[in-house]
Design a protein around this ligand. Sequence first.
Ligand code: SF4
Length: 352
Amino acid sequence: MNRRKFLRTCACLTLTGAAPALLSCHAACRRKTPPPAPAAPRAVNFEASYLALHSSGELAKRGEALWDMMASCQLCPRRCGAKRIDGEEGFCRASSALEISGFSPHFGEEAPLVGKGGSGTIFLTNCTLRCVFCINWETSQGGDGVVRSIDDMADMMLSLQDTGCHNVNMVTPTHYSPHIVLALDRAASKGLTVPVVWNTCGWERLEILQILDGIVDIYLPDYKYSDGKMAAKYSSTAEDYPDVARAALLEMNRQAGVAKPPLSGLMQRGLMIRHLVMPNDVSGSGEVMRWIGANLPKDTYVNIMSQYRPMYKAHDHEEIARPITRDEYHVVVQTARKAGLTNLEIQGYPLS
Ligand code: SF4
């Protein structure tokens, strides 16, 4: 079964209770790791942020506030004004109908998110940034997904928790933030307790992040570019990406703080930044590292990713039509160290 068929099948099986078994099979097929544990151990002295807001009724109110912003959509920095509640699609191709391409325990995320039971990923269809090199383009830009209800999403969250996942990991969440917050509220009323991971491109409006304050436990943003011209060229005219992302990172750090797992090794709260090193320094990696070193705590978690491969439309652009070299990666790691950063995830050097 290919990935697309598998994910569609998962979505259909969620409510039948058959999904967890299939998910276990899929996870085992994708990576040579043990099958998920039967249930995630509940962390001692930890309560997911959203639970208090659920109890007070605030979580539902925030979900409704976000929902209202789809009347003339302002959910991402494009602020394209699509009348999503009336069925119109925005630049991101999302209407108010929630589309999900799949959900499963994921064992390829950062180790402190994975543990033994995996990170409970839910892949949202469509995207606000629409990068030409997207590795996940079938879902982000190809429309791969199935329309699901908010109750379906809440049940997916609970299914992932029951399968043994240590968190629910919302992949590309921005345009569906109203649906996610409302689903969290419903899932919390049925026993969801694991932390929420906001797995984002980093291009987030401050006003939206402030609504998410106290809801998201772990922010997992990219910091993709330090040069707006490169962001405009490869991410659909998003020239303001560096400024927007920097403001967003500061706010995420204010809310969640430095990501440091307890003795269990499982991350519960904090900011975990990802930076994908691109060929020919398209990502402006040196400046990315220097900015983090100068503006965030020195022990901010930074994953310096080496796995860039030309995907989707990247072959149409010569400067990004190859993997990175060993030297390109080495320079970025050295710069990060010179910037004083101490909590680096060094993914491994490319072979050439
Ligand atoms: S989330 Fe989508 S519809 Fe809303 S402003 Fe951004 S691109 Fe437009």
